[in-house]
Design a protein around this ligand. Structure first.
Ligand SMILES: C[S@@+](CC[C@H](N)C(=O)[O-])C[C@H]1O[C@@H](n2cnc3c(N)ncnc32)[C@H](O)[C@@H]1O
Length: 436
């Protein structure tokens, strides 16, 4: 069969993959002289571009020292119009996730700062990936970025959690040691990043090809870890219709923003955490390093499930349930959703109150009248109390500081200072906990 087309059709990338050095008029040699980086540097494999689309896959085998690799499905990192590509005007932007990754790789290799994963995943997370995974590993390119694990096996005993089977939720993470509020217990990096606009720009079969190829280009370990993740379509008939790579991406990805653009991001360790409407942990994505850290929302005791929220906190339970079903394909069985109706109603009432009061405070503040500030302080204090009661934020430092500013705006400078100080103390305490 015909060889697949690569970035720039049959030509090579001119030098290091940096947007500023792109020059379509030059025809660089495809055979770099010895010692030169490969034309797809800093990526470790020749990019694969889907013919007649603007999408390519860029892979790095050891992103952040991980032995699973990273594949990015993205538009070509420059505005391009050739007879071979389709360009959406919205997409004529040269900064994308792939350029961010490329810049990061280039600067890290220059400074020698390609950091290893500080927290290693449990080997169990890779689970026994079945032979069904082979469909997704049947790829269109012969060239693979396979890099067998060379680092020491992670000592899973050091992790404060383990992966277990849970009733009605598939697998989930259970704490094996106490995890104090504010403690960062997991750092993860994406295995796959895919432009969220992809489904609008390519046909279903093409999208499926790209997903399978992107996962197929990870290391053996990366592929096994990703393909061992949960699937939405547990029903055997549907399993036959939906390829494993697409199903895994759909069930386990989160939307993140990189360079002002949205990407589906698959974080294989983070993906093991189930949803809860009153979660015990929270994740924070850093769009510069692409790391995703998980932090304890409150003290977590051994034996407790570690959960995060996939939904917006302020929504009432019925809307949350609908969103989880339509967006994630499951009926939520978290502790709050399965609590007695009176408890659920009380929680809804508190959340509704927080949203309403927040809105009222915004309106008062935006009027900019000093005489409204006393009322803004009263409403904000009530909202913070409800937030605390509902256990909605991991720490209240930020809210206390806002309260301090509102007191200041109301002319009560001393009270303003007191609250701002309290806020700073709470934030510092929380940050100390995060440092361990
Ligand atoms: C990102 S995965 C979470 C980890 C997954 N349980 C596993 O086995 O790897 C999302 C899937 O987990 C299940 N799940 C997560 N949170 C749930 C909840 N609150 N209630 C019921 N099922 C849940 C659903 O099947 C959902 O499609």
């Amino acid at each position: 069969s015909a060889p697949p087309k690569y970035l720039f059709g049959t030509t090579c990338l001119p030098g290091p993959l940096q947007p500023s050095s792109f020059n379509l008029t030059t025809t660089p040699s495809c055979a770099p002289s010895s010692g030169d980086p490969p034309p797809w540097h800093p990526f470790t494999a020749r990019p694969y571009c889907l013919p007649k689309t603007d999408y390519c896959i860029f892979t790095h085998a050891g992103f952040h020292g991980s032995d699973r690799g990273l594949s990015v499905i993205d538009v070509r990192p420059y505005a391009i119009t050739t007879e071979d590509t389709v360009v959406d005007n919205d997409d004529e932007v040269s900064r994308t996730a792939v350029t961010a990754v490329a810049d990061m790789l280039v600067s890290a290799s220059l400074s020698g700062a390609l950091e290893p994963l500080p927290d290693l995943f449990s080997p169990e997370a890779a689970s026994s990936s079945s032979s069904s995974s082979s469909s997704a590993t049947t790829t269109t390119t012969a060239e693979k970025t396979t890099r067998e694990p060379t680092s020491e096996e992670p000592d899973s005993k050091n992790l404060p959690y383990e992966l277990r089977d849970l009733p009605n939720k598939g697998k989930g993470l259970i704490a094996t040691r106490p995890i104090p509020r504010g403690r960062i217990f997991m750092i993860d990096y994406p295995a796959v990043l895919a432009d969220t606009k992809l489904p609008r720009h390519v046909k279903q079969a093409q999208g499926r090809e790209l997903m399978a190829e992107a996962i197929g280009r990870l290391s053996t370990r990366g592929r096994e870890e990703v393909l061992g993740l949960a699937r939405q379509n547990e029903d055997e008939e549907r399993k036959k219709r939906v390829p494993v790579s697409e199903d895994v991406m759909k069930t386990n990805s989160f939307v993140v923003e990189v360079q002002g653009r949205e990407y589906m991001a698959l974080f294989p360790k983070i993906a093991r955490m189930n949803h809860a409407c009153k979660p015990s942990a929270v994740t924070r994505f850093n769009s510069t390093t692409l790391s995703n850290t998980a932090m304890a929302f409150r003290d977590i005791l051994p034996g407790e499930e570690i959960t995060i929220s996939y939904s917006t906190f302020g929504l009432p339970s019925t809307i949350r349930q609908q969103n989880l079903l339509s967006g994630w394909g499951f009926t939520c069985t978290c502790d709050l959703c399965t609590s007695p109706p009176a408890d659920l109603a009380a929680s809804d009432k508190r959340r509704e109150k927080v949203s309403r009061l927040g809105q009222e405070v915004i309106e008062l503040v935006s009027r900019g009248r000093k005489e409204d500030m006393q009322q803004a302080v009263a409403l904000y204090s009530e909202a913070v109390e409800a937030v605390d009661e509902e256990g909605l934020v991991p720490h209240l430092g930020g809210h206390y500081e806002v309260l301090g500013r509102l007191w200041g705006a109301a002319g009560e400078v001393e009270k303003g200072r007191e609250w701002a100080q309290r806020g700073r103390e709470e934030t510092e305490m929380f940050e100390r906990a995060a440092m361990g």
